[in-house]
Design a protein around this ligand. Structure first.
Ligand code: BV8
Length: 233
């Protein structure tokens, strides 16, 4: 890989966690086949039926604690540890597998399952238990805890920081995402406009595949360790 590459931004999606046993969203049998997005992943759905939404995320919060990171997560953690230049893993995933694999420079733009957000005082709390039954906020006591995830129609987290890193990136790599959800699906075009080389590692071409300089098709657990070995040379 050319030695002019110093700053790397990596976008990950559900595909990187699929081989750890976490359902993706749009693939056969995926989450969106089992639930209507409008019912479980929108503020309106939460207002309409909070127990349905809490049970949806309680089940995912329980499931994520039973699975382990895979070779793709571990390879990115190694790159994070070795890479002297700037590096940021921007994940759309709400699981904690990047961190459990050892990665430090991780940003959850759509939130985290193992965190609860108090809709009353705004405090966040590390949370591994169910939220159905409305436990009280440890800070303000209000029964207003919701999953600390970004629902459709809500603003993703730390967008300014993400755009700042995209502006400085020499290389933008997208792993295991279908490119169906914005603003994440638009990052490849932003990175290109700022002059970055763009690479996609995915089981199949994503909706934004056209915008990538290079697409490698395959399983993340094989493609990502290969790519990291190339980068670290
Ligand atoms: C917002 C958290 C204002 C909750 C999630 C522009 C055009 C059109 C629509 C919009 C637009 N701008 C905004 C919208 C509306 C909406 C949107 O994008 N709608 C879509 C459906 C059209 N976006 C929003 O509402 C966003 N908010 O826009 O606020 C704004 C605008 C601009 C700037 C600032 C603010 C908020 C969206 C976030 C919603 N929350 N998650 C939860 O998890 O429950 S989104 C959720 O779905 C995930 O986080 C992820 O983002 C998305 C799923 O996508 P993927 O991760 O890619 O998963 P998917 O299953 O689709 O694909 C898996 C891929 O992996 C496949 O390609 C498959 O081939 C591959 N794969 C499978 N196995 C493997 C593999 N690859 C490698 N190896 C394998 N083994």
């Amino acid at each position: 890989m050319s030695d002019s590459i110093r700053n790397i931004v990596i976008l990950t999606g559900a595909g990187i966690s699929a081989e750890s046993g976490i359902d993706t969203f749009r693939d056969g049998g995926g989450l969106w086949e089992q639930h209507r997005v409008e019912d479980v992943a929108t503020p309106e759905g939460f207002a309409r039926d909070p127990a349905l939404v809490q049970r949806f995320y309680d089940a995912r919060r329980e499931a994520v604690q039973k699975v382990e990171p895979n070779a793709a997560h571990r390879a990115l953690a190694e790159l994070d540890a070795e890479w002297e230049g700037d590096l940021l893993i921007v994940t759309q995933n709400v699981d904690d597998l990047h961190e459990r694999a050892g990665a430090k420079r991780v940003l959850h733009m759509h939130g985290e399952l193992l965190s609860a957000l108090c809709a009353s005082c705004g405090q966040r709390h590390k949370w591994s238990e169910p939220l159905v039954g409305s436990p009280a906020c440890p800070d303000c006591g209000a029964e207003a805890l919701r999953p600390d995830v970004v629902w459709f129609g809500e603003m993703p987290y730390e967008m300014d920081r993400i755009y700042e890193e995209l502006r400085r990136a020499d290389l933008f790599v997208s792993i295991g995402t279908s490119g169906a959800v914005y603003p994440a699906a638009g990052f490849v075009r932003d990175a290109r406009e700022f002059g970055a080389h763009t690479l996609e590692l995915n089981l199949q071409r994503s909706e934004g595949s056209y915008w990538f300089d290079e697409t490698r098709k395959g399983r993340a657990s094989e493609l990502v360790p290969e790519w990291v070995a190339e980068v670290l040379g």
